[in-house]
Design a protein around this ligand. Structure first.
Ligand code: AMP
Ligand code: MG
Length: 515
């Protein structure tokens, strides 16, 4: 065993403590491993030496050819509702959990492969993954992380040297190494609940509590507490998605984690021209996973989790249903509060006011009516806070369209600052020219720290992936990754990454599952 591998210090509680939840399995051998991406900051966070993971040793490791010492690869079982229909048997069809590592913060993190070959749960699939979609997981995961949104992250991507067959033809194959707080999904609970295996549902719930909600461990009410904690995490997560315009695209119950991290960046996309009904996935014909449906689907998924936990919520069935229902019914309120808190920050406001919800909703209605780019509009509102309305107005087909709203927002800002910000309809004071300027500049700085300049623009992502996959050119991917890792910066070099796609590109943009 090589010394690189020994550095991981695995501790594999999932494989060791949970009998019947996974099967031991080995990754397939890759004929010609090549390291395409190594996440150095994340490697350091895991207590690994990035230098030791580079080069041929790293390529062999991350392609699955040399197993790190202490890894006990297993394929996890799970079930799941996919587009509303229940599949009782899914599981890691092309993934393997290698084990867990305690990071430098003392947090337990899963390390898993994706694209490492067939498993007993592959069904008709080839167990493989292509370079493009695995680099896509890198880009979106790192972007989400930099935006402060809980997410699984890519540690590495290695090309296998083996082509994979997809609808569009032969593509270069790759293995992604993914780091996650855990890979416990709503679908993991559903797998055992569907088989009436209450003992394993209980074991899984207690394992999840120990891992994600240790304060609940051993308390009599812990299973209701777990459901509540998961619901609160999901409320916050989906609110964060909505506040950056992220559309997950395939919110099946097997793609929803108990940890509250975003997982499985398949057909996801960011909204450009604001439209609550935005859908990009080629197979989501009914718009089940459209932007504005996401909180409703999260609640639906949580109700499926609640069903699996009913036997643990008390002897009396009616009482258990009442307790679960109370939590599921509380979800919309938690979500609304998290969403509003985020929106208030995006508006540059510090103190709550009963009119804030309508203020934010009316702003979004204006963006929708004018097909205005969501990310740019929020970002340019920062300039408006500092006194310059022109950039945000220029985004609207009719630059006068937002005038009344901007005036209303200014009054609200001025109220909060305890100073008059000028008469409604008048542009705010210019920077440095009046008493109103200082709060305006401070507000703009706060807004620019929550309203990103750079998000993964769909056309930029596709461009970078096409260069990597079709031509083996990684520079566009690396440049984009660098921009996505500092989403709040505003420097001239980033301008091209901040620009929306031409409307025609967005109109025809489609994303795919099964990549
Ligand atoms: P996803 O929609 O990517 O979350 O995957 C749903 C299910 O399909 C999971 O059980 C995956 O492991 C499985 N799956 C997806 N792609 C493949 C593939 N190429 N080979 C085998 N299983 C796959
Ligand atoms: Mg999945």
């Amino acid at each position: 065993m090589d010394t690189t591998a020994a550095a991981f210090r695995f501790d594999n509680t999932y494989a060791r403590e949970l009998e019947g939840f996974s099967v031991p399995w080995k990754p397939a051998a890759a004929p010609a491993p090549a390291l395409l991406f190594l996440n150095r900051p994340l490697a350091a966070e895991l207590g690994l030496d990035p230098a030791a993971l580079d080069g041929p040793a790293g390529a062999a490791l991350f392609a699955g050819n040399t197993l790190p010492e202490g890894a006990e690869p297993v394929a996890q079982v799970y079930a799941g509702h996919q587009f509303g229909g229940f599949s009782p048997q899914l599981g890691d069809g092309r993934a393997l959990l290698l084990g867990e590592v305690i990071d430098t913060f003392g947090h337990r993190r899963d390390l898993a492969f994706k694209g490492s070959g067939r498993t007993p749960f592959s069904r008709g699939g080839d167990g493989r993954a292509a370079v493009g979609p695995m680099l896509r997981e890198v880009l979106i995961g790192e972007a989400m992380h930099a935006l402060g949104i809980p997410t699984t992250r890519a540690l590495a991507v290695a090309a296998t040297g083996e082509p994979v067959m997809r609808e569009t033809g032969m593509l270069p194959g790759a293995v992604l190494t993914r780091v996650a707080a855990s890979h416990i999904r709503v679908g993991t609970f559903q797998f055992f609940a569907a088989r009436g295996d209450e003992a394993r549902v209980r074991a899984l719930a207690d394992y999840t509590i120990a891992r994600h909600d240790p304060a609940l461990a051993g308390t009599p009410d812990r299973h209701a507490g777990l459901l509540r904690a998961v619901a609160r995490r999901q409320a916050r997560l989906v609110a964060q998605w909505m506040n950056v315009g992220f559309i997950h695209g395939v919110m099946n119950t097997d793609n929803m984690t108990l940890s509250g991290e975003t997982i499985d960046y398949g057909p996801c996309a960011f909204v450009e021209a604001y439209d609550p009904g935005a859908v990009f996935s080629s197979i989501d014909h009914a718009g089940r996973y459209a932007l504005s449906n996401q909180p409703l689907i999260a609640r639906w998924n949580l109700a499926r989790l609640a069903e699996t936990l009913l036997p643990l919520l008390g002897e009396d069935a009616e009482g258990a249903i009442a307790r679960a229902t109370e939590i599921i019914d509380a979800f919309p309120g938690w979500y609304a509060a998290d969403l509003l808190e985020g929106r208030r920050a995006k508006l540059g406001l510090l103190r709550p006011d009963p009119a804030d919800e309508a203020l934010a909703a009316d702003w979004l209605s204006l963006l929708h009516a004018g097909s205005v780019d969501f990310t740019s509009a929020w970002r340019r509102l920062g300039a408006a806070a500092a006194g310059d309305d022109a950039p945000v107005r220029a985004l609207f087909p009719d630059p006068l369209a937002p005038a009344a709203w901007l005036a209303r927002w200014r009054v609200r800002c001025a109220d909060e600052d305890g100073a008059s910000g000028g008469a409604p309809g008048e542009p705010g004071p210019a920077a440095g020219t009046s008493a109103g300027a200082l709060p305006g500049i401070a507000r703009a700085a706060r807004m620019n720290a929550v309203n990103p300049n750079v998000i993964p623009r769909n056309h930029r992502v596709e461009e970078a992936l096409a260069a990597a996959s079709d031509e083996g050119r990684l520079e566009p991917f690396e440049r984009l990754l660098d921009a996505l890792r500092r989403p709040f910066d505003d420097v001239p070099g980033l301008a091209a990454f901040a620009e929306p796609a031409p409307a025609a590109v967005t109109a025809g943009y489609r994303t795919y599952c099964g990549t």
